[in-house]
Design a protein around this ligand. Structure first.
Ligand SMILES: NC(=O)c1ccc[n+]([C@@H]2O[C@H](COP(=O)([O-])OP(=O)(O)OC[C@H]3O[C@@H](n4cnc5c(N)ncnc54)[C@H](OP(=O)(O)O)[C@@H]3O)[C@@H](O)[C@H]2O)c1
Length: 232
């Protein structure tokens, strides 16, 4: 894939973890932040881990949107709607926006193992309401631990990808399959993001209880359902 991936809110653990994995896979990454200097700092940290030739740069969020039509959104739910409203004019027509936002109660001071109700059904559906017309929203990467992404270990997790645009689903599945051992699975329509987002809260609870970094694996589907990973 030749176009850059702009990670909006890419300075946090989820964004930098994905950036690290995709930079290692040879992708060009733009880290987005509300603060350009913070974005550049995060990009430099990733370059130090991947190598000087890694194509990782940092920009303020709206400049990052303007620089690519493939966007990854990794911000806390509490800031998601406001940020998307601010970025509306910067997001290019025809863009694909992959949303990993989980509506965790922690984003408004509650528990990380609980979720908030979202009027639209899910954080991803809220995003779909807020982006400019013609932008395809995909929900993906909710269940992958940022701690694991940021490590040097293979990622023992499937990525369930939901979107109403099959072309966008395919792009997100290709990106997921670039992460070692991740298998991407087409999870159907964007409305299914509601269920995938909830699984993250369960995983956080399990990880607290058992002191681990658990992910999800979907078993029993035909091989053609799995994209990437050792078992595909
Ligand atoms: N952490 C995980 O393991 C994980 C796994 C799967 C999905 N997720 C989801 O991915 C998203 C990001 O997770 P994270 O742990 O990386 O979150 P985070 O560290 O809390 O936030 C990520 C970045 O978002 C920006 N940000 C924070 N508050 C904001 C606001 N009010 N408005 C605009 N930007 C804001 C910050 O970047 P700047 O200050 O540089 O702008 C921050 O570095 C969350 O929705 C989370 O539920 C996380």
């Amino acid at each position: 894939m030749s176009r850059p991936i702009a990670i909006i809110g890419g300075t946090g653990p989820a964004g930098t973890g994905l950036a690290l994995r995709w930079a290692r896979a040879g992708e060009t990454i733009i880290i987005g932040s509300r603060d350009a200097a913070r974005a550049q700092g995060a990009a430099e940290t990733i370059r130090q881990r991947v190598g000087a030739n890694a194509g990782v740069s940092g920009l303020e969020n709206s400049a990052a949107c303007a620089a690519s039509d493939l966007l990854m959104l990794t911000v806390p739910f509490a800031g998601q709607a406001e940020l998307l409203k601010q970025l509306k004019n910067a997001i290019r027509a025809g863009s694909i926006l992959i949303d990993a936002t989980v509506p965790l109660a922690a984003s408004v001071g509650g528990r990380a193992s609980r979720t908030l109700g979202v009027w639209q059904g899910s954080a991803a559906q809220q995003t779909a309401e807020l982006v400019p017309k013609g932008v395809s929203v995909v929900a993906a990467f909710h269940n992958v631990s940022a701690d694991v992404l940021s490590s040097d270990d293979d990622v023992d997790c499937d990525v369930i990808v939901c979107s109403d645009d099959p072309r966008a689903t395919e792009v997100a599945m290709e990106l997921a399959a670039k992460i070692p051992r991740v298998r991407a699975i087409d999870g159907g329509k964007l409305e299914n993001a509601r269920i995938v987002e909830q699984i993250t809260a369960l995983l956080i609870g399990l990880n607290i209880r058992h002191k681990g970094h658990g992910g999800v694996r979907i078993t029993g589907l035909p091989p053609s359902a799995y994209h990437g990973g050792p078992a595909s």
